[in-house]
Design a protein around this ligand. Structure first.
Ligand SMILES: Nc1ncnc2c1ncn2[C@@H]1O[C@H](COP(=O)(O)OP(=O)(O)O)[C@@H](O)[C@H]1O
Ligand SMILES: [Mg+2]
Length: 234
């Protein structure tokens, strides 16, 4: 089965069309599917549409075989698609533990088990469980945002620029964690760090000006003249 199938969607904000005939797919065997592209290309808009926060004016979206084009966001989470938004969107005044708890509302009965898995992956979240999320460092906040997403037991975890605003060393730690997560959960990774994101990708899409400008395996895109010239040189 195809985990995700986006076919020819158009998406607009009012009169401003941002996505044009965009198509992409995640196959069951994919571990990481990457969406790269410059600032303003429409990457976040695409993720928000997949999450049910925006409705396409044309085209179809299927997640795990269900058409989601007109479904509310909660139902899309229930289908197994969980979106960790750009800028993390944590509850700053709540503790780390409370933030993780908020992530698990779908599976309260399995809280202990899932929580144990998440803190095993991110031990810092256990060390800092009573600390308010807003007082964590940028890297810790990103780990918490990802951990909270995992608490919902997704089949597909969509991460919008998880390395954003992090120093290179911390960004690398995040990429290592993504690799680890992707052995269990399919990751849809949106990134501006084109080289690292393509290295991780089984399948990759380049979005430019709201259109899919290239697609292929991660290594195909890494070697494409267009990608090298526009994003990797210099
Ligand atoms: N809420 C909004 N209202 C109007 N225009 C928006 C809104 N959000 C994003 N846009 C516009 O849509 C385009 C794509 O933005 P976005 O999806 O955030 O791109 P990316 O994530 O690739 O940087 C940009 O031109 C941006 O200004
Ligand atoms: Mg964005």
């Amino acid at each position: 089965m195809t985990l995700l199938e986006v076919d020819g969607i158009d998406v607009s904000y009012g009169d401003l069309q941002v996505l044009w005939d965009a198509s992409m797919a995640i196959a069951e065997e994919d571990s990481v599917v990457t969406l790269v592209g410059p600032n303003g290309a429409g990457k976040t808009t695409l993720l928000r549409t997949l999450s049910g926060l925006l409705e396409p004016s044309a085209g179809t979206i299927e997640i795990l075989g269900s058409d989601i084009s007109t479904r509310p966001a909660e139902e899309i989470v229930d289908l197994g698609f969980v979106h960790v938004p750009e800028g993390r969107n944590l509850f700053d005044e709540m503790t780390v533990a409370e933030n993780l708890q908020m992530g698990s509302y779908r599976h309260r009965d399995e809280f202990e088990e899932t929580h144990a898995e998440v803190v095993e992956m991110f031990p810092v979240l256990e060390e800092r469980r009573e600390q308010k999320a807003g007082t964590l460092s940028g890297g810790e906040q990103q780990m918490l945002a990802i951990g909270r997403g995992l608490m919902a037991q997704p089949d597909i975890l969509a991460l919008d620029e998880p390395s954003g605003a992090l120093a290179p060393q911390l960004a690398e730690r995040v990429f290592e964690k993504i690799e680890e997560i992707s052995t269990d959960v399919t990751v849809l990774l949106v990134e501006q760090h084109v080289d690292r994101a393509l290295e991780l990708a089984d399948r990759a899409y380049l979005l430019e000006n709201g259109r899919i400008a290239a697609e292929g395996t991660g290594s195909e895109l890494l070697q494409s003249d267009h990608v090298v010239e526009a994003y990797l040189r210099g």
